[in-house]
Design a protein around this ligand. Structure first.
Ligand code: PLP
Length: 393
């Protein structure tokens, strides 16, 4: 296999070819290395590998060739220096916290992040003396006002879920750096196909590979991408000890997911944009949340920051919860599930599912109304998706 510098290639090509170190068997597709450990040629070589004086595999909690291929490929696609894969998106977020935080540190997190991310900071890191404040994702001034001398990092997701609000990554990176903090972006909704947080100044990118990277709802996995220094000093030592490693089988599924990611994302976005415009024309709908629409508050920002508008649309029904549930129950094809990023279209009622455990006033403050419905637009025929929604409209 030729020694190719994949940095010279575009994302679409990296996604299909990078990361595979062909073995002596000349295989065309990446093999699943189902091995927990590796053998050394001598006692001396074992010693050298264990102390890090000689590179090479030791044990699959640390490194595995199939997982390495996934890591290398995703790092290239994100334009980051290094990637580490984890057993889930939450394990990736946990690793960043465990690696970077110590008692007395402060975290600033956007209010609209994934529910378990909120719980991770609020219920778990708080037990070890790390304080977290939550701020409005799109209120850049509020981020700056809330930052403290001990703020270790700013953590956000953009676009947010389920209201699809857009944070100004460059502005927040500047604020973080001015105060000696890091900016962490959970890039799960966009994937590197739509948004490259490192080019906008982010220091660490997080992924739940479970969503668009898999793309067909099969495996749970996650990743952290950062500079060599951050990975080497803070994240890899924790992975090796903490042990939330990605399995080689899951890495193999995600590798093939990456191969079709660019074409899938384009198709998801095209359908979601069409669906959002169509929903705006339907009676009984108060508001459609989609950043491609001119009515979206951050429409100009999203055009600068993302290459397309994304595959998630949410909308508010005039009839509140009753109408939302009626619409969801009237569908015959759409999957009623909170998962997203699948080739299958999914529909969910955030106020009673993903955000159901929040106190009503907290939910209201977050802008999640009872009539809100979220759709992760899949790759079925758009006409069939519309027909299914119309049944309950
Ligand atoms: C799903 C999700 C996560 C958590 O990922 P898991 O793979 O389910 O652990 C984190 N962030 C976002 C934005 C998500 O959608």
């Amino acid at each position: 296999m030729k020694d190719i510098n994949w940095n010279d290639y575009s994302l679409e090509t990296q996604a299909i070819r990078a990361g595979h170190k062909r073995t002596h068997e000349d295989e065309h597709s990446i093999p699943i290395f189902a091995t927990s450990s590796y053998v050394f040629k001598s006692a001396e070589e074992a010693a050298l590998r264990f102390t890090g004086q000689k590179p090479g595999n030791i044990y699959s909690r640390f490194t595995n060739p199939t997982v390495n291929a996934f890591q290398e490929r995703l790092a290239l696609m994100e334009k980051g220096e290094r990637c580490l894969a984890f057993s889930s998106g939450m394990a990736a977020i946990m690793a960043v916290g465990m690696g970077l935080l110590k008692a007395g540190d402060h975290v600033l997190c956007s209010r609209g992040v994934f529910g378990n991310t909120v719980l991770m900071f609020q219920n778990y890191f708080s037990k070890f003396g790390v304080e977290t404040d939550f701020v409005d994702l799109i209120d850049t001034a509020a981020w700056e006002a809330a930052i403290k001398p001990n703020t270790r990092f700013l953590f956000l997701e953009t676009p947010s879920n389920p209201l699809i609000e857009i944070a100004d990554i460059s502005a927040l990176a500047d604020i973080a750096h001015k105060h000696g903090s890091l900016l962490i972006v959970d890039n799960c909704f966009c994937t590197p196909v739509l948004q490259k947080p490192f080019e906008l100044g982010a220091d660490i990118v997080i992924h739940s590979a479970t969503k668009y990277i898999d793309g067909q709802g099969r495996c749970v996995g996650g990743a952290v991408i950062a500079s060599d220094e951050i990975i080497e000093k803070f994240i890899y030592p924790y992975l090796r000890t903490g042990g939330a490693t990605m399995s080689p089988f899951n890495a193999w599924v995600f590798l093939s997911g990456l191969e079709t990611l660019a074409v899938r994302m384009k198709a998801h976005c095209d359908s979601a944009f069409e669906l959002a415009k169509w929903l705006e024309q339907q009676p009984g709908i108060d508001k459609v949340h989609y950043p491609g629409l001119a009515s979206h508050a951050q429409h100009e920002l999203v055009k600068r920051q993302q290459s397309h508008f994304g595959g998630i649309v949410s909308f508010e029904l005039t009839g509140g919860k009753e109408h939302a549930w009626k619409l969801i129950d009237a569908t015959e094809m759409l999957s009623i599930t909170a998962n997203l990023g699948d080739v299958k279209t999914t529909i969910t009622h955030p106020a009673t599912t993903t955000h159901g455990r929040l106190a009503p006033e907290v939910r209201a403050a977050a802008g999640i109304k009872n009539g809100l419905v979220r759709i992760s637009v899949g790759l079925e025929s758009l006409e069939d998706i519309k027909k299914d929604i119309l049944r309950g409209l």
